[in-house]
Design a protein around this ligand. Structure first.
Ligand code: C2G
Length: 717
């Protein structure tokens, strides 16, 4: 039986290191040694490491600590010095290994002569337990040198210790970025094969903060360019390389990939000029055979670069990128419209006073955009207002406006030529903002649950934490104004959205109506009730919960099961109340209210929830920002938080001490909710002080003037 030495390198991984070490401790394989190199962490990592070693009774441990943090090569070399096993595995502190991983590698080690072993790697947001994977279908292949090269990291790769010693392999400590590549290439030059298990035994943690703390591989290329060029030259000029045709080809392919993908973005940057001749020397090392595999435009670009004309090289880059964009355009309709916008619409002049409005991705005529639109139209018909809706025919809205189908070609045209955009959620990704378009982002609520950069881990479908946060960052950087409902939100928005431009701390336009006597007046309330066919003599309970990140059918389509016992409610309250069920706009489930007619009303399709607040006497909600708005009315609120621990601790995390600040009781069962409703007057009285405190803290800017402020500070500036 072989012995494994697992080398864990750590630098400030307090949130992930325990998961990593536990995955080691749980291995059902005895012959192992743990080597931990803490590279001068300044957070709590070291304490957690020591504690985990103790609580999980991990034996045969070597813990190396450094006072000052050095680069990862220094850590990996320090780890290698402590190895007592036959094989070593590099495990990064924010990654972990699957149960049985060492046992499976152990089986492979007995079967193979190759000095390197690997397995499939999987991202941590997409992990399936090993039991669900059929071990028998796993392919144990041996010719995997190229795969090892393409990984560009030693994490999750196992090396035989005598092989490392024999060829004196080590990490070049002068390299900051390409040290793992250097090690891998040195090993592959002398290894005849790599063995591979086709199972995801190694789980790669994500880069959880790609903006403030990007991992080495997602750092901007501008930081790496110099080392990259030096590194490529060094490895290509290494005498041993010539013998290995495949490795040379791989390196050349990699060089061209970086040249086409990363460098192209810098064509108009001073770096391109600065490194032009060095890139040229790099290109000169690439053999004709490898260049020939590239498309015509790529070959032209290389040829002009080699000839030494910087301006024409840039021109060819532009042509190639343009061709790629058209090619992408034929992959989806929105990408095609994006390309048409770039080429034609963006060249048209901006239309002064044209304003594009959009609320909740075209689903509603509601929220802040609605009230800004209505204010803008007051006494001034000189603005050309365009409303984008998913179903424009279904929307009958007041005022002078034009409706456009969201994501249609017309929509891209109007967006490209509008002077202003007013939206309350992120824009469609393929909509490019022109530099002189003024983008007013209103957002859609005071945050209770953590937002964007403040989220620890993103658990939504079809994305990863890294991708979600990067996309969010790109979006927020395009906002020119951001409206904030209260000073508490302003502080969070600045940080979570990385927003540095003008924040309008003016309260929410969508809450203006609470301060308008014509809207809060009984006759208006009766009129709204009539519109919904609600009996005028009944009191109204509004149930408006939020969505759960991890319960979904697909991207943007979430599940929700109403956990209130509506039949029991009907039996107890039908004489006095009606219940309005209002699902969040991301919920795709259709509610079944059969048999509850006259008592339960499904108002999920009603455009503006603010009008539902006006007509309701009690609000039941959970973690939705609706209660921050509803607090303006100082009416009773009950929280039905049956999954509080999971929502707060696993899914999102909260900004405030919810239990301490909530302006109403937090209840776990349907029974408790009904009892609270039964005694709503005493419950309400009990929370009066908390409701006032809450109002002062979160509604202090709302005074009915927010829409007017937006118009004055943005449009009439
Ligand atoms: N909303 C609604 N009906 C619901 C829940 C929400 O109409 N049942 C509307 C409200 O206007 C609410 C907004 O959607 O303020 C945002 O909903 P949240 O439940 O708070 O959830 P989310 O969309 O994740 O936004 O900063 C706020 C956060 O980003 C929350």
């Amino acid at each position: 039986m072989v012995k494994f030495s697992v080398i864990v390198t750590v630098y400030n991984k307090q949130d992930y290191i325990e998961r990593c070490l536990i995955s080691y401790a749980k291995q059902d394989y005895k012959h192992k040694q743990l080597i931990i190199v803490d590279n001068g962490s300044t957070d709590d990592s070291l304490r957690i490491i020591k504690e985990t070693i103790q609580t999980h009774e991990i034996h045969d441990v070597a813990l190396v600590t450094c006072d000052v943090s050095k680069n990862v090569s220094v850590s990996r070399n320090a780890g290698l010095e402590k190895v007592t096993g036959d094989w070593c595995l590099f495990l990064d502190g924010d990654d972990y290994i699957q149960e049985h991983a060492l046992r499976l590698w152990g089986v492979l080690a007995e079967m193979t002569d190759s000095p390197i072993m690997m397995s499939r790697m999987q991202k941590s947001h997409n992990v399936k337990p090993l039991e669900e994977l059929n071990l028998r279908t796993s392919r144990w292949t041996a010719e995997n040198l190229v795969k090892a090269m393409k990984r560009h990291s030693v994490a999750g790769v196992l090396y035989r210790k005598d092989f490392i010693d024999c060829f004196e392999l080590s990490f070049k400590e002068s390299r900051h970025y390409y040290a793992d590549d250097g090690f891998t290439i040195d090993a592959l030059k002398v290894a005849s094969q790599v063995s591979y298990i086709n199972l995801p035994l190694y789980i790669k943690g994500e880069c959880y903060d790609p903006i403030q703390q990007p991992s080495l591989n997602i750092e901007p290329f501008s930081n790496k360019i110099e080392e990259w060029l030096r590194f490529f030259k060094q490895v290509m000029e290494d005498g041993c390389l010539e013998k290995n045709g495949w490795l040379r080809t791989e390196l050349e392919e990699w060089f061209l990939k970086v040249y086409f993908q990363e460098l192209a973005d810098y064509r108009n940057h001073v770096l391109f000029k600065q490194y032009f001749t060095q890139i040229q020397s790099g290109l000169a090392l690439v053999r004709e055979d490898t260049i020939r595999k590239r498309g015509w435009l790529g070959r032209k670009q290389i040829a002009t670069h080699l000839k030494g004309s910087q301006a024409s090289a840039c021109k060819w880059i532009d042509r190639r990128l343009n061709a790629n964009q058209w090619r992408n355009g034929f992959k989806s309709r929105t990408k095609l419209y994006q390309q048409i916008s770039r080429v034609w619409f963006h060249r048209r002049p901006l239309k002064k006073k044209r304003v594009l409005f959009e609320s909740f991705g075209g689903k509603t005529y509601a929220c802040n955009p609605r009230y800004i639109y209505e204010e803008l139209q007051k006494n001034d018909d000189s603005y050309e207002c365009i409303w984008a809706f998913n179903q424009p025919k279904d929307k009958d809205i007041p005022g002078k406006h034009r409706k456009v189908k969201r994501l249609s070609l017309k929509y891209y045209y109007y967006a490209a030529t509008s002077q202003y955009w007013v939206m309350n959620a992120r824009k469609e990704k393929t909509l490019d903002k022109r530099a002189d378009t003024i983008y007013v982002q209103t957002w859609h609520g005071t945050p209770l649950k953590r937002l964007a950069a403040d989220m620890k881990e993103v658990k939504m479908p079809g994305t990863s934490t890294t991708a979600y946060k990067r996309n969010f960052y790109e979006e927020t950087q395009s906002w020119d104004y951001l409206i904030s409902p209260n000073m508490y939100s302003s502080k969070i928005f600045r940080r979570a959205f990385n927003f540095t431009k003008e924040m309008l701390d003016i309260g929410y336009p969508r809450n203006d109506l609470f301060y308008d006597p014509a809207k809060t007046d009984m006759s208006n309330i009766q009129r709204l009730k009539q519109r919904l066919n609600i009996p005028s003599n009944k009191k109204v309970v509004l149930y408006a919960p939020t969505w759960r990140d991890d319960e979904f059918y697909a991207r943007g389509r979430y599940k929700f099961e109403v956990k209130l016992d509506l039949r029991e409610m009907q039996a107890r309250f039908a004489d006095e109340y009606v219940v309005l069920l209002r699902m969040h706009y991301l919920i795709a489930d259709n509610l079944d209210v059969d048999g509850l007619e006259g008592f339960v009303y499904n108002v999920s399709d009603y455009d503006d929830i603010a009008e539902l607040y006006l007509i309701s006497d009690v609000l039941i909600t959970d973690y939705s920002s609706v209660f921050f708005d509803y607090a303006n009315l100082k009416r009773p609120i009950v929280f039905y938080t049956y999954d509080l621990d999971k929502y707060r601790d696993d899914l999102r995390g909260f900004y405030i001490d919810f239990a301490a600040e909530a302006p109403g009781p937090l209840l776990e069962t349907s029974e408790q909710v009904m009892d609270a409703l039964e005694n709503i007057e005493s419950v309400s009285a009990e929370f009066e002080q908390k409701r006032d405190d809450f109002y002062n803290q979160y509604c202090h800017l709302d005074n009915g003037q927010a829409s007017r402020h937006v118009v004055e500070r943005v449009f009439k500036k």
